[in-house]
Structures are given as structure tokens and as C-alpha cells.
Design a protein around this ligand. Structure first.
Ligand code: SAM
Ligand code: DTB
Ligand code: SF4
Length: 357
């Protein structure tokens, strides 16, 4: 049974373990709930860029900071469809549409977003949106359009939140997550490390996420991309060891969630990313752009997948490996077959078949 009463002290104890013990523990939890070779691949699409009225200290899209981001009006449904098809052909199973909005407003723009959700859904891809704050009614309308996930990050601890954003509060974030939870849309919520926070704040954020019941289905861990013109432009890059510890701790306290290696991968070596996958990351954003900042090229990522023996997950794979599969390893071996995760081509089909039983 998933534990929902994690305390900051317990989480800090995990985060600060000797690295080899932390890695072993996280990898063991990971194998219990997931196929360690399956990685979910999402493509980000900024459907409305820049000009945001909020003051999030990390964000290049806030209108009040002088960054190089060129603002755009909402994209058309046709443009979004074309981009989604590109993403699908490059191996993505999910499109995540981001808008630089404080909150969703009912009206023609939201109607267009609903049409984008329906259109991508028809392409047999998972659709995610990150549009700012939502009412319960708006969450319901997105659900009816076929939205699979809604991304709304807590970003940091409740205490540190005030240092990062003044135009809304931590409670507002929790309220939107709650509104999404009342629908059948899955919750994607995580945060950013490297914003000058203490390790206690990282643990505090994980307390807030892991004590949600149910826990978020997906948790993005972003390393700050320090963008010129934002208040965080001078922040030092996150040490890879911090990223690995954060991923591993997230995996241990939220064993069933998809842990997403998010912003900051351009600064990470393949070895560093491999350690994050070993520590339980099982999802990435692919494509040479995140929302406004660079991300590794798709071909580079596919090369990395090949090198590490990782396979992109098919859409609508709720969990990457049922727990029972691990127990069947010895059975398969005794039948003269290799365990399924050494045969990448059949992994996804078997998982789907197992789910459909
Ligand atoms: N406006 C909506 C909102 O804030 O919820 C959606 C878009 S917003 C850009 C989505 C998330 O991107 C933020 O919550 C934050 O976690 C992440 N993000 C934004 N700028 C970032 C940066 N410079 N480095 C890392 N993550 C960043
Ligand atoms: C998330 O946690 N990270 C993504 C996605 N959710 C929307 C966004 C990262 C944005 C990085 C800065 C940029 O490209 O503008
Ligand atoms: Fe606006 Fe979202 Fe950026 Fe904050 S993170 S400034 S709400 S786009």
C-alpha cells in the first residue's frame, strides 16, 4: 500500500542517505512497480507564449522581465495538429500544451484549446495541458474533451514559494490540483530545483506532493534553466548529484508515479541522465525546445535510449510494468526464455496485454 503520511524528517533522511544506498533503494522500488527499461516520452508545445502577468522568478515568459522571449498569440488548431503529428512520428506518446496564462478564462480561446485537446486525442496520443489556474467547471470541460493529464507544479515548498512568486499563493496551486482531481484527468505536479532553495524545501515540496491522496500520476523534476533577464539569471547550475538524489527520493516516496526528468537536461551528461533513469526517472520531455528554452535534439535522445536499452512507452500505458512481472522472471528463465525487459520489442505489447486482462 502506498504511504501517504511522509514527514519532512523521513524524506530528508532518505535524501541524505549515502548515495549508493539511496540508488539501490530507489532502483529496487522502481523495479517493483515499473519496467526499468520503459520511458514515457512527451513533447512540449507552447501554444501561447510570453506576456504572462505573473511574477514567477524563474520564468522567461513573465511580461515584467526583460528576456529574449518573443510573445505569440494562441496557436491555431491546425498548427497544433501539425506539431502533434510531428511529435508522434518522432516517437512521442504525449503532447503537453503550455500557455503563459495566470488562469484559464472562459471564452473563444478556451473553446479553441478544447478543440485542440479533441484533435490530438483523435491522433491516439495522450494530451496534457498546463494553462495556469483552473476552476472545477473548466477542469470538467477539459476532461470531457478527452484531456489525459493536467500539469500544475507546486514548484517548491510552501515556505519558499513566497520567495519565488508573489502574485499567487501555494494554496491557489493546491486548489487547482484539487479541481483537476475531481475529474478523471490525471494530475501531473512537480517542481524545480536550483532556485536557491534549501534541501529542506525540496523535502517540503515532496511532503506536499506525496501526502496528496491519491498521489500525482506524474511528477516532473525540473532543474532551473537560468534565463537572462529573470531574477534567477545568476543561479548556479544544479549539481547532477542533487538531481539524482531528488529523482531517487521522489521515486521512493511516490513509488507508482511517473517521475519525469524535465527542464535542465541540456546541462546533463548521458552518464548523469543514466543515473537518473537508474534512480527511477521513467519519463522525459523530448524535442529540441521545452517551452521557450533549448532541450536535447530528438536524435540525440534516441541514440541515448539505444545506448541504454530504453524503450519509449506507447500511449495510454497506465503503469510501465505490473508488479507481478518481476516475480515471473525466474519462471521465464526456467522456461528457457529471457525476462521480458531484455527483449525491448515486445515489452509494450505485453504490458498492454497484461493491462487488458
Ligand atoms: N502558466 C502555467 C503555470 O505556471 O502553471 C503553465 C506554464 S509554466 C511555464 C509551467 C512550469 O514550467 C512551471 O510551473 C515551472 O515549473 C516550469 N518552468 C518555467 N520556467 C522554468 C525554468 N526557467 N526552469 C525550469 N522550469 C521552469
Ligand atoms: C514542467 O514541469 N516542465 C515543463 C512543463 N512542465 C510545462 C516546462 C519547462 C519549462 C522550462 C523553461 C522554458 O522552456 O520556458
Ligand atoms: Fe506565467 Fe506560468 Fe511563467 Fe508563472 S510559470 S510567469 S504563471 S507562464
Amino acid at each position: 500500500m502506498t504511504k501517504h503520511d511522509w514527514t519532512k524528517e523521513e524524506i530528508l533522511e532518505i535524501y541524505n542517505k549515502p548515495l549508493m544506498e539511496l540508488l539501490y533503494e530507489a532502483a529496487t522500488v522502481h523495479r517493483k512497480y515499473h519496467d526499468p527499461n520503459a520511458v514515457q516520452v512527451s513533447t512540449l508545445l507552447s501554444i501561447k507564449t510570453g506576456g504572462c502577468p505573473e511574477d514567477c522568478g524563474y520564468c522567461p515568459q513573465a511580461a515584467r522581465y526583460h528576456t529574449d522571449v518573443e510573445g505569440n498569440d494562441l496557436m491555431s488548431v491546425q498548427q497544433v495538429k501539425a506539431q502533434a503529428l510531428r511529435a508522434k512520428s518522432s516517437g512521442s506518446s504525449r503532447v503537453c500544451m503550455g500557455a503563459a496564462w495566470r488562469n484559464v478564462k472562459d471564452g473563444p480561446e478556451f473553446d479553441n484549446v478544447l478543440e485542440m485537446v479533441r484533435t490530438i486525442n483523435k491522433l491516439d496520443m495522450e494530451v496534457c495541458c498546463t494553462l495556469g489556474m483552473l476552476t472545477e467547471n473548466q477542469a470538467q470541460r477539459l476532461a470531457e474533451a478527452g484531456l489525459y493529464a493536467y500539469n500544475h507544479n507546486l514548484d517548491t515548498s510552501e515556505e519558499y514559494y513566497k520567495e519565488v512568486i508573489s502574485t499567487r499563493g501555494f494554496e491557489d496551486r493546491l486548489q487547482t490540483i484539487d479541481n483537476v482531481r475531481k475529474t478523471n484527468v490525471t494530475v501531473c505536479s512537480g517542481g524545480i530545483i536550483g532556485m536557491g532553495e534549501e534541501i529542506e524545501d525540496r523535502a517540503g515540496m515532496l511532503v506536499a506532493l506525496s501526502t496528496l491522496n491519491p498521489q500525482p500520476e506524474s511528477v516532473p523534476i525540473n532543474a532551473l534553466v537560468a534565463v537572462d533577464g529573470t531574477p534567477m539569471e545568476e543561479e548556479k547550475p544544479v549539481a547532477i548529484w542533487d538531481m539524482i538524489r531528488m529523482v531517487a527520493t521522489t521515486r521512493i516516496v511516490m513509488p507508482q508515479t511517473q517521475v519525469r526528468l524535465s527542464a535542465g537536461r541540456t546541462q546533463m551528461s548521458r552518464e548523469g541522465q543514466a543515473m537518473c533513469f537508474f534512480a527511477g526517472a521513467n519519463s522525459i520531455f523530448a524535442g529540441d525546445k521545452l517551452l521557450t528554452t533549448p532541450n536535447p535534439d530528438v536524435n540525440e535522445d534516441m541514440e541515448m535510449f539505444k545506448l541504454l536499452g530504453l524503450n519509449p512507452m506507447k500511449p495510454f500505458t497506465k503503469k510501465s510494468q505490473p508488479k507481478t512481472v518481476e516475480a515471473s522472471e525466474s519462471e521465464l528463465t526456467s522456461l528457457g526464455e529471457k525476462p521480458k525487459w531484455t527483449r525491448p520489442d515486445h515489452t509494450i505489447e505485453r504490458n498492454l496485454a497484461a493491462q487488458n486482462k
